[in-house]
Write a protein that binds this ligand. Sequence first.
Ligand code: C2E
Ligand code: MG
Ligand code: MG
Ligand code: MG
Length: 294
Amino acid sequence: AAKRSAGTDFVVYEPGLGNTTSTRKDVVAELAQAIEDGELRTVYQPLIDLRSGRPIGAEALVRWQHPVDGLRSPDQFIGLAEESGLITRIGELVLGDACRQAARWVAECQGQDDLLVTVNLSARQVADDQIVDQVREALAASGLDPHRLVLEITETVLMQDRDAAAATLWLLKGLGVRIAIDDFGTGYSSLAYLRRFPIDMLKVAREFVDGLGRDAHDDVITRAIVELAGTLGLLTVAEGVETTQQSETVTALGCDIAQGYLFSRPIEADAVSAVMSASWLSDNVRPLPVELGR
Ligand code: C2E
Ligand code: MG
Ligand code: MG
Ligand code: MG
């Protein structure tokens, strides 16, 4: 966990960001350089359409391939990227990658009308109206149909600066993209925002999916979320599906889409491409082989 002290140079202790103590300034400089040097890349976790069992797209997830320390996960640097403002540049990279890859998947899977890609936006990105231009440019550069791009935000983001967030979301909506609530159910419990904001999709948080079939509360909560979404006409995605029991339960509850290690870990864009086109071309497909996700 990151710890900081007041003052100009914050001290950051982060497992994986080296075992030494470096100043915040050092790590920010290192991250800025890494962006310059192309050490950040995007991986994709397949989304499975529970009705057909076929992959219908993927969530874009950023990775930092550090030349010495190896792979760094977003939890190790997104916070710092937010505080320092570097998230704007990272977000632009991920949006560009995701739109370009999704356009390619669409070309490879002609006729798969519901194919989509999702991209995470953090609080600072939503607070900054540059995001609207970034999304417009990523769509224009890739030629991706806007409705195939789904932007994921958390409940916390919506609650932080409601009016600014609402304004930005409506502008994004105006571009034709869709909006998802990530980790749904773990943030503020006010549901009023589902009316106030243009939401298209709810992602049921992994912490609820985790207990399905074992913890009656998690079954009840997941059922309630899926029913709420159904009533409001929103798509549902079950996050963090790791077992066949969880997959069967979310399917029985009427969830539309699933994502999790059962199907695949986040993988390279080329691997998603291979999986999606193979499954699209073949008549008799099963969900992804688990060994694909390393
Ligand atoms: P998230 O958006 O909720 O993404 C899902 C996270 O759960 C991913 O972790 C994914 O690898 C992991 N996951 C997926 N299936 C399973 C499963 O079956 N079991 C378990 N235990 N975990 C699973 P990851 O890639 O480390 O990302 C962590 C968080 O970092 C993301 O949570 C998201 O909030 C943030 N993030 C990732 N990429 C970006 C990005 O490009 N921009 C921004 N702003 N945030 C990002
Ligand atoms: Mg997400
Ligand atoms: Mg999530
Ligand atoms: Mg999250």
